[in-house]
Structures are given as structure tokens and as C-alpha cells.
Design a protein around this ligand. Sequence first.
Ligand code: ISL
Ligand code: CA
Length: 556
Amino acid sequence: ETEIKWWQQAVVYQVYPRSFQDTNEDGIGDLPGIIAHLDYLKALGIDVIWLNPVYQSPNDDNGYDISDYQRIASDFGTMADFDKLLAAAHQRGLKLIMDLVVNHTSDEHAWFKQSRASRDNPYRNFYFWRAGQGDKAPNNWDSAFGGSAWQYDAQTQDYYLHTFSTKQPDLNWENPKLRQSIYDMMNWWLEKGIDGFRMDVINQISKRPGLPDGPLKPHSQFGDSQVTNGPRVHEFLREMHQQVLSRADIMTVGETHGVTPADGLKYAGRDRHELDMIFEFQHLRLDNSQHGFGKWSTRKTPLVALKQVINEWQTGLHGEAWNSLFWNNHDTPRAVSRFGNDSPQYRDRSAKMLATCLHLLQGTPYIYQGEEIGMTNAHFKQLADYRDIETLNAYDELVTSQHQLTATDMMARIEANSRDNSRTPMQWDATTHAGFSAVQPWLRVNDNYKTINVAAALADHQSVWYYYQKLIALRHQQPLVTLGDFKLLAPADEAVFMYERHWQDQTWLIICNFTATTIKRQLESLKTAQSRLIIGNYPTDTGDKLRPYEARVYAL
Ligand code: ISL
Ligand code: CA
């Protein structure tokens, strides 16, 4: 028997600083804005805040292009603001974890400026430089944001590798000097007292030796065997664990595309000395199109497949590794729009149903800002309302230059999938700009802010917000939620997600209707004489009858 770690019983809240709260009237969220809402987060009951990148950056990819790891972006404030935020969080018993982006830097980072200066610069091998094949790139790898993953640089007449934008050159982890510089930087942050790291695309740090051509799979770069889960990735993580992570009582979560539960056991296995948990994306890829356009699809996630994937992760990692649980983040559509129903009629019910389904699973749940009030997709119709580099590049590629899709078709795909869906400003109240800022925000506010906002949610004791508060409290009070095992029921049911959790002599039954129709299931036969309803999103219990997006949890 191993002891429970604090992060196993914790609920994490993801703050996207650019869109959380602006305090100095520049239309951009900032660190003082986060400090101003710490009591709000404390009241919700969460334990940990994960901050998206707040480091100095030219913002080609909203802070995921870092030009100095040890400075705060002036958009967000100063290092003194950061220190204040950390202290204010700790004062309230909240922990704070930072985004760690070490697969790449900005091309404006001092290391890259050195690296590109000359072929014999001592920083040359901090990155990947290669000669082209004639006038073609060194290999056929695609960038996640469109086009080749190689950029020609006239100064030294070589190409550099960038698996994301041209302003995000990939770091060369084969170089021990680079690794040591990263570990030193991480230790510097740990000495400040932060509580852990969320590690951006961390399973891409070991590239295939020789950088060989890969099988061409348009728009599916993250399954690309040439870039993900490379031969030295576990060695690098263990080295990082030994030199950094093992030195403090922190939590780590790796962002890992293209992983299976078998990989999960390696990255987050209990005795592996690598990471505490990972974000897997299998459950968020089931609506991708099979042919051609990858994430730019308007397909719906089939429930049976979703249940199967979640079942594999729940049972595959139980007792051996640890799951992270999430429906959405800053790179995805909003959960209620994608897996539920964001119409006025069903938004509230389906948001609560999704929360029930996720928060009763085994693992550490992540709430993305605004999810706790049921914020929806942006539903912007004009390309001019979008800011995200991935969205804009995809439109350029698929519509403007390659004519693969019509403008109308692509706009529907963007409306369903753009990362800006989750990046619109936090809706605090019904005043101008939703209380996010006194001036025009960097990204347009969702038109529905007058009805969907924090002030309205807090004023209504039946709101999604109070439902999240209850779910979080349940996890803190009931060891079954953290420790129990998972059993999927009725795997072939296309409408209902039903599972049990067992711990010691307790069994809980979780029932979630993923459809807008009333349906009958033999639920009474699953219950016992002493079964009692723990939580549900309708005020009454109608036995075998499940109403639209109904969720119920029974202790049997
Ligand atoms: O968002 C995606 C799916 O549409 C991917 O393109 C995304 O880039 C991938 O999930 C990796 O994400 C992380 O690294 C990126 C950054 O743009 C994302 O915001 C970040 O979460 C590069 O640093
Ligand atoms: Ca600001």
C-alpha cells in the first residue's frame, strides 16, 4: 500500500492569463487580475492553479514561444507581481503550477540568436540545423501549424527545425549542455516555491536519430512516429527527475499527444521516476475526420468509442499510474459545446452531466476557466474575429492557397474546432466586455456574456457553478472518489455512460445520459434497497426514466 499523494486528491483549475482578468486597461488579462480572483477560486474549492505561460514572449503562439524563461511578459506584469501571486495563493492554501515549454523556444530567445549567428557558435547545437536537399528541406516533416517543419535561414544557409511555428525552433535535447541549462532554469523556479510543472508537448523532446523522413499524414502530426515518444524520451525524463523533480514536493503533468495507456504506464508509472501524470488525447480525437482534414472536422464524438477509450485508461492505469481527467483546455473547443449541448434549453443540464461524468472518474480533474459556469464555444462567424495562429494558418493553407475547402465549409469547421473557442475572455458579469476589461479585449467576448457569467452563476444556487463546488467537495470528503476502482457498465449503449466505482465495501453507480431525449434503462435493477442518491442534476428521481442530459450518482 502506498500513501496518497496530495495531487491525487486535488482538483486543478487552469487559468489562461491572457483571458482571465485585465486590471490595467490594455485589454489583456494579467497577474494582478489573477490575484484579484483568488478568493473566487478558493470558494469554488479547487486546490491547484495551473498557469498557462506567463514568460517573456513575442507572442507568435500566445506565450508558447518563450524568449526568456526567467522573466515575466510585460503584458502580464512583473516578477514582483508573480511573487505576490504565489504568496497570495499559498496564503489561501492554493498551490500553483507553471507551464514548462522546453521542446522549443522563441526564435527571439538569446540561445537561438546565438545559434543562428554562425555554424561554429557554441549555441549552434542547442537547436537542430541541417543542410537542405538541393533546394528542398532536409526531410518531409510537417509543422503542426502548417507547411514544412524546416525553415531556411539565409545567414548560415542551413535549415532549422520547428515542429510548431517558424518562430518556435525545436531545442536539441541530445545536447547535454542544453539539458543542463533547462534543469538549472527549472530549479530556479522551484527555489521560488512553485508547486510543479505542466510540461508542454514533453513527449516530443527526443527526435528519431538521423531525423528520417516519416510517413506523410496530413494534419495528424501528433501521431507522427518520427517526433513523438522518441527513443531517449524516458531517459531524459528520468535525468530531469533526478536533477530537478525529485528535489521538491511538487506535481508534474506531461502534455503528451499520440500516447496509449501502455505509454501512460511508462511516463507516469508509480516507480518510473518520470512524471506524476500525463494528459492523453485519445478521448479528444474521436471526432477527428479519418480522411484529410484531421481536427478540422464537424463530426461528433461517438459515445461508445469515448467510453471505450476512457475505460482503457481507467483500468489500464489503476494501481500502476495516475490519470488526469479533462474535457477541454486552451487548445480545444468548450466541453459543453463539444460533448454536451450549448442551446439555452440544455446548456445547464449538459454542463452538469459532463462534470458528473468526469469528476467521478479516478484521476486528477482539471477545470478550464469558465467551464465552472458552463461557458460555450465562441460561435464567431467572421475570420476577422479569430486570433489563433493555428486557425489562421489552416485557413490560409486549406482555403486561400490550396483551395481544398470553400470559405463557407472552412468557417463551419473553424467554428466547431478553433482554439479561440476556449480563449474568449472570462465572463465575470453582464457589464460591458463582461467585466473582463474596461477596454476592447484582445479577443472578442462571447455574445452570450449577459446571461452566462460568474455574477449570475453565484446568484443562482442551482447553477453549474454550485454543482462544481459540490463535486469538488465530494472528492475531498469521499476516499472512494480518489481510490476506488472503475467498472464500465453497458459498453455498447450509445446514449448512456454508466459506470461503477468500488472501494472497500462501498460501491457507487454513476449514470449519465449523453442525449437530449428521455430514455428508459433498467436502472432500478442495478440498485439495492439502501441505495441513496449522492448527487444529480434534476431535483427529482424518476427511477428507470432518464431525462435529457440527466446525471445521477448513487451509493449502492
Ligand atoms: O492545439 C492543438 C490541436 O489543435 C495542437 O495543434 C497543439 O499545438 C498541441 O496540442 C500542442 O499544444 C501545446 O503546444 C503548442 C501550443 O500552441 C499549445 O497551446 C500547447 O498547449 C506549442 O507550444
Ligand atoms: Ca492588462
